[in-house]
Design a protein around this ligand. Structure first.
Ligand code: ZN
Ligand code: ZN
Ligand code: ZN
Length: 268
């Protein structure tokens, strides 16, 4: 048994967003429970293993009283998924952690040497590819390709349940779909709430309805949506998508569907 903890649940920018006074941002300013920091999760058991390390990582670890990290699996080299790595060099040295095992898609592992070389002695870099599997103390892990950018991957975590984390990414490629049979919980992204896509435009992130359609096609019993509340211009207004009460309505209409929030925990 292990626990999944949502360290963050926002798209590339936090909710509230410093540049915005929309209704959803104002509501989040008035209620800290509605704050969202950059999306990532931790699997907590005998070890603490992260998927992604966004720019809010230090704050997230302190909020959740996480004092040590053994491993970090990276999904892709976009700033909202990796910039927390930069803050781990000196803390891991001073706290005398063993080297952190960091798993990075092989095509972009060179970024670590170029951008984070100063902390190279604090980590062990493991270049990974779709199909790789790791037997770890709390779960077995499998790397699967996602449809987001050339290197992007997701992870299937198997403990007492099979959980897939496919963030960021739109409808998965066929080789990944084959691995998603018998998934108990699917974690997808829903970066924008409204479908704002113009005809012929191709996006690398889901709208809410596209994410729900994808979940229904894959057919797991439960689905959690994260990487939420991205701002966009809608009918001349800058908006962060749905309010909390609109999200509750979507959950009520779709049994088995939940929106992630910062600090959400579940046993797997
Ligand atoms: Zn992202
Ligand atoms: Zn806003
Ligand atoms: Zn991305």
């Amino acid at each position: 048994m292990a626990e999944i903890l949502f360290l963050g649940s926002s798209a590339p920018f936090q909710l509230p967003s410093f540049y915005c006074s929309c209704w959803t941002c104002q509501a989040a300013r008035n209620n800290p429970k509605q704050h969202r920091t950059r999306a990532s999760i931790a699997l907590i058991g005998q070890e603490t293993v992260l998927i992604d390390a966004g720019p809010d990582l230090e704050f997230q670890l302190e909020r959740e009283s996480i004092r040590k990290i053994q491993r970090i699996f990276i999904t892709h080299w976009h700033f909202d998924h990796v910039w927390g790595l930069a803050a781990l060099g000196e803390p891991s040295r001073i706290a005398r952690w063993p080297r952190i095992e960091v798993y990075i898609p092989s095509q972009v592992a060179y970024h670590f040497d170029q951008e984070l070389a100063y902390m190279k002695d604090r980590v062990k870099i493991n270049p990974i590819s779709p199909g790789d599997r790791f037997e770890l103390p709390d779960a077995s892990w499998e790397v699967v390709k996602t449809t987001h950018n050339p290197e992007s991957v997701g992870y299937i975590i198997e403990s007492s349940q099979r959980v897939a984390y496919l963030v960021d990414g739109i409808f998965p490629p066929s080789e990944t779909l084959k691995r998603l049979k018998n998934i108990d919980l699917l974690i997808l992204e829903a970066t924008v709430d409204e479908l704002l896509q113009k005809k012929g435009e191709k996006w690398d992130n889901f709208s809410l309805q596209q994410a729900i359609d994808c979940w229904k096609k894959i057919g797991s019993k439960e689905c959690i949506l994260t990487h939420l509340s991205c701002h966009s211009w809608n009918k001349g207004k800058l908006v962060a998508g749905f309010t909390e009460s609109e999200r509750l309505e979507v959950e009520a209409k779709n049994p088995g569907l939940k929106f992630a929030y910062d600090g959400m925990r579940l046993e797997i």
